[in-house]
Design a protein around this ligand. Structure first.
Ligand SMILES: Cc1cc2nc3c(=O)[nH]c(=O)nc-3n(C[C@H](O)[C@H](O)[C@H](O)COP(=O)(O)O)c2cc1C
Length: 360
């Protein structure tokens, strides 16, 4: 099924951006986990629109309701239904775009594939679909932390050409990441990124960026070679997010410029087991976690919907000038930070449960 993800911790998302609501059904959550709506709301609040002048002004509280699977604050082991109602729909903003597919958005391909599409705001290609993933992933994060002490932290490492200084993932906190609206823990770079996003927004344009993510305390042994290798599942998870254009693990593309003699991560004794001196591998060898922090990066494009007039054609091929109304993010990376974290949690918990089955 195209809207579900995971083998043992299975998540199906539902909903369109301007419909009644969006959400997820989580099947396979372990029973007896303490869980309430506030646990899930934390990450939804970090994802929601209108958090600062750098994001879309669409006003959505994005309050989650747990519909099923939890009683007296404990999971029952049965499917958990999660619903967030849409509030600030303005389908009128999109009327002009009914006949004009937005350049570089999904309007045209949805129309070609299904022969019909949600009448406004991109339907399921809108980033509102990610609400279901974030809600489900917040549950996965809780299980991962309580059972294994796994901590997942993402941050914005570049916006356009502005790059942050190297960030040490060890000890980095979400409070530090959230210390500025652009979610970059390098304050000097954050200031330049903020200025750039404002400049782009005022020019009715958009700009892309990169999110870095570290997963700490991941035990060795997670990942299912050969097709469900850890990095393959992470890449699938990240590239299933709207507006993503690239995924790198460890040394990534830059590693191709090194020689093996510099790129190899020598083993060293770390407590009871072996660790590595460096981490060019990004915490994965042969598709299996090696006990070092997982380190990966995700590239997001400048989003398609911009207020500047663009020359394009309507569905019949007639030339038109399109200037989007709607309310849009000039740069999505600050809001995508919790989305990357929670998608990583969905991957890790599913692989953790699969390893648990293998270990009996
Ligand atoms: C947090 C977030 C917010 C987004 N907001 C917008 C937006 O305001 N306008 C827009 O055109 N695309 C936005 N997108 C991206 C589109 O949903 C995406 O580009 C579109 O579905 C086409 O898919 P593709 O870019 O993956 O090919 C957003 C993506 C994310 C992750």
């Amino acid at each position: 099924m195209s809207s579900s993800f995971g083998t043992l911790f299975r998540v199906a998302t539902f909903g369109e951006s301007h419909g009644v609501g969006v959400g997820a059904v989580v099947d396979g959550c372990p029973p007896n986990l303490a869980l309430c709506e506030a646990d899930i709301q934390l990450q939804l609040d970090r994802r929601r629109p209108g958090q600062s002048d750098l994001t879309t002004p669409r006003q959505e509280a994005d309050r989650v309701t747990i519909l099923s699977g939890v009683e007296h604050g404990r999971t029952l082991g049965t499917p958990i239904g999660l619903l967030v109602r849409n509030q600030d729909q303005r389908p009128g903003d999109y009327r002009e775009m009914d006949a004009v597919p937005r350049p570089s958005h999904a309007d045209y391909t949805y129309q070609l594939k299904y022969g019909v599409r949600a009448s406004s705001g991109g339907g399921r290609s809108s980033a509102r679909e990610t609400i279901g993933r974030v809600a489900a992933g917040a549950i996965a994060e809780k299980v991962l932390f309580e059972r294994w002490g796994v901590e997942i932290i993402a941050w914005v490492s570049s916006v356009g050409e502005v790059e942050s200084a190297a960030i040490a993932a060890e000890g980095l906190t979400r409070a530090q990441v959230d210390g500025n609206p652009v979610r970059c823990p390098d304050p000097a770079a954050a200031e330049r990124m903020t200025a750039l996003v404002r400049e782009v927004r005022d020019a009715k344009d958009s700009i892309g960026g990169v999110i870095s993510c570290a997963c700490r305390n991941v035990p060795p042994g997670w990942g299912e070679p050969v097709f469900d290798k850890l990095e393959a599942k992470l890449a699938q998870a990240m590239l299933s997010l709207p507006a993503t254009k690239g995924f790198e693990i460890g040394s990534g593309f830059a590693g191709t410029r090194l020689r093996g003699s510099r790129h190899n991560d020598p083993f060293v004794k770390k407590g009871e087991r072996l660790g590595t001196l460096t981490n060019h591998a990004g915490g994965v060898l042969g598709g299996i976690s090696n006990g070092e922090p997982l380190l990966f990066r995700v590239a997001f494009k400048p989003v398609a919907t911009i207020g500047q007039p663009q020359q394009t054609v309507d569905l019949a091929g007639n030339p038109v000038e399109l200037a989007a109304k709607g309310r849009h993010d000039p740069c999505v990376v600050p809001r995508a930070v919790p989305i990357v974290e929670t998608m990583a949690a969905l991957v890790l918990l599913d692989l953790a449960l699969r390893q648990q089955v293998r270990n009996g």
